[in-house]
Design a protein around this ligand. Structure first.
Ligand code: AMP
Length: 431
C-alpha cells in the first residue's frame, strides 16, 4: 500500500515524503480511507503506530479548500501539553505545502496571546480540554467545526476530563465527524464512544493492551536500595546511548536524578512540577543528545515522541498497569526495534503479575550478576506485602485525583506548600 493509493493529495504526499515516510502504517492504511469518507471512527491504536498521521492527513485534505467565512473547522483534543505540542508539530510538518492555519491552545501559555492568534483566524485547533473551555468561555465558537478528534481518549478520561468533554461536544454542529483514538480499551472509553460517535467504523490495529512486537521486554529482580546502582551499571556496561527512565512519583524522579549524576551520567527530569518551558528544554536537550538519561513520570510519558529511542527502563513499575503499555510504547516506534527493561524489587512482584495479565504475555524475570537480591530481605507474611501494595495503589490514585482537582484551580502559596509536604517517598526497602 502507498499513500498515493489511499487517495492522499500531492501537497501531503510531498510532505510525508520529506518526513521520510515510505509507506503508510497499518492504522494509517485502515483509517485514512474512512476519515476521507467522512465517517466516525473508534480506533484502538497503540502509541507509536503512526496514529497522528492517520487522522491528521485526511483532515488536512478535507480542509484544503479555504472557506473564509468559517471559523475553526477541526478540533483535536489531547490530554497533555506535550502530546498537543507533538500533534501540532506533526501537523505543521504535514501541511508545509498547504495554506492551512493550525493553532495550539494549552495551559501554561499566555491566554491573551492565544486569543490574539485566534482573532486572526485558524482552521485547526489542538488543545487540552481545560484550556479549550477557557477560550470557549471567552467567546471561541465551535459552530463551524467539521471534524472533532479525541486523541488518547483513555488517558483523558483517566485524568478526569470527562466533564469537560461532555461540555465541549454539544457546542459543535450536530453533523460533524468524530474520530476517537485510544491506546487502550476501557469501559469508560466505550461509554464515551456511545455518547459521541455516530455509527463508527471500528479499527483495531492491535490486540487490546498489548505491547508492540518489536519491543523486547525483560524484568530484572533487584533490591530496592540497589536499583539506582543497577541502572547506572546497565547504562554504562551496555553502553546505552540514550535511555528514558520512568519513576512512579516526582519525588523519586528527583531522588534518582541526584543519585545517577554522581555516576557521571548527564540527565534531565520531566514531571508535573516542572514548568512547560523547562520540560520542553529538557526534552530537546535529550533529543539532541546533550543528556544521556531522561527521567520521567507517567503524566509526562504520553506526549514523548523521540525518534529512534532504543531503551526504556522502568525504574519503578507504574501504579496503573495500563501505564506500562504507554511507557514501553515510547520505544519500538514505527516498526523499529526497542528494549524495555523493568527493575523490580520484591514489593513489585504483584504489580508485575497485574501487568502480565493485562498484556497477556509473560515477561522474562532475570537477575543481573552482582545484583542478586539479598535472600534475607524476605517477606515473612506475603499477604502483608499484597495488602500494602493495594493500599499504596489506592493512596496513589487518591493523590492523583487530588492533584488533578487542585491543578484545575489556582493554588494559594500556602496550599502549594501543604501539597508538597503531603508527597511521600516510594522507597520501601526495610533495611
Ligand atoms: P504516532 O503514533 O503518531 O505518535 O507516530 C509515531 C512515530 O512514527 C512518529 O515519530 C512519526 O513521525 C512516525 N511515523 C508515523 N507514520 C509513519 C510512516 N508511515 N512511516 C514512518 N514513520 C512514521
Amino acid at each position: 500500500m502507498s499513500f498515493e493509493k489511499l487517495g492522499i493529495i500531492k501537497p501531503l504526499l510531498n510532505a510525508v515524503k520529506d518526513l521520510g515516510y515510505d509507506k503508510p502504517t497499518l492504522v494509517q492504511t485502515r483509517a485514512i480511507p474512512i476519515v476521507l469518507a467522512k465517517k466516525d471512527i473508534f480506533a484502538t491504536a497503540q502509541t507509536g503506530t503512526g496514529k497522528t498521521a492517520a487522522f491528521a492527513l485526511p483532515i488536512l485534505q478535507r480542509l484544503r479548500k479555504r472557506e473564509e467565512s468559517k471559523g475553526v473547522r477541526a478540533v483535536i483534543l489531547s490530554p497533555t501539553r506535550e502530546l498537543s505540542i507533538q500533534i501540532h508539530d506533526d501537523i505543521v510538518g504535514f501541511s508545509k505545502y498547504m495554506d492551512i492555519k493550525t493553532t495550539i491552545l494549552v495551559g501554561g501559555k499566555d491566554l491573551q496571546k492565544q486569543r490574539e492568534v485566534l482573532k486572526n483566524g485558524t482552521e485547526i485547533v489542538i488543545a487540552t480540554p481545560g484550556r479549550l473551555l477557557e477560550h470557549i468561555e471567552s467567546g471561541l465558537s465551535l459552530k463551524d467545526v467539521e471534524v472533532f478528534v479525541l486523541d488518547e481518549a483513555d488517558r483523558m478520561l483517566d485524568m478526569g476530563f470527562t466533564k469537560d468533554i461532555r461540555k465541549i461536544h454539544p457546542l459543535m454542529p450536530k453533523r460533524h465527524q468524530t474520530l476517537l483514538f485510544s491506546a487502550t480499551f476501557s469501559d469508560k472509553v466505550r461509554k464515551l464512544s456511545k455518547l459521541i460517535l455516530t455509527k463508527p467504523a471500528f479499527i483495531e490495529t492491535a490486540k487490546k493492551n498489548t505491547t508492540v512486537d518489536t519491543i523486547n521486554q525483560v524484568a530484572y529482580q533487584v533490591d530496592t536500595a540497589r536499583k539506582a546502582e543497577l541502572l547506572a551499571y546497565l547504562i554504562g556496561s551496555r553502553n546505552f546511548p540514550q535511555v528514558l527512565v520512568f519513576t512512579r512519583t516526582k519525588q523519586s524522579a528527583d531522588e534518582l536524578a541526584a543519585e545517577i549524576v554522581k555516576d557521571g551520567l548527564k540527565c534531565g527530569i520531566i514531571h508535573g512540577d516542572k514548568t512547560k518551558a523547562n520540560r520542553l528544554k529538557t526534552l530537546n536537550q535529550f533529543k539532541e543528545g546533550l543528556t544521556r538519561v531522561l527521567i520521567a513520570t507517567d503524566i509526562a510519558s504520553r506526549g514523548l515522541d523521540i525518534e529512534n529511542l532504543p531503551y526504556v527502563i522502568n525504574y519503578e513499575l507504574p501504579s496503573i498497569p495500563e501505564d506500562y503499555v504507554h511507557r514501553v510504547g515510547r520505544t519500538g516506534r514505527a516498526g523499529r526495534q526497542g528494549e524495555a527493561i523493568s527493575l523490580i524489587d520484591i514489593y513489585e512482584k504483584y504489580d508485575m503479575k497485574d501487568i502480565e495479565k493485562l498484556i497477556g504475555q509473560k515477561i522474562p524475570l532475570e537477575v543481573v550478576e552482582g545484583f542478586e537480591p539479598d535472600p534475607t530481605i524476605r517477606r515473612k507474611d506475603v499477604d502483608e506485602v499484597k495488602l500494602k501494595a493495594e493500599h499504596k495503589r489506592s493512596a496513589e490514585k487518591k493523590e492523583r485525583q487530588f492533584s488533578k482537582n487542585k491543578s484545575n484551580r489556582p493554588q494559594t502559596k500556602k496550599q502549594s506548600i501543604a501539597t508538597k509536604k503531603k508527597r511521600k517517598t516510594t522507597k520501601r526497602d526495610p533495611r
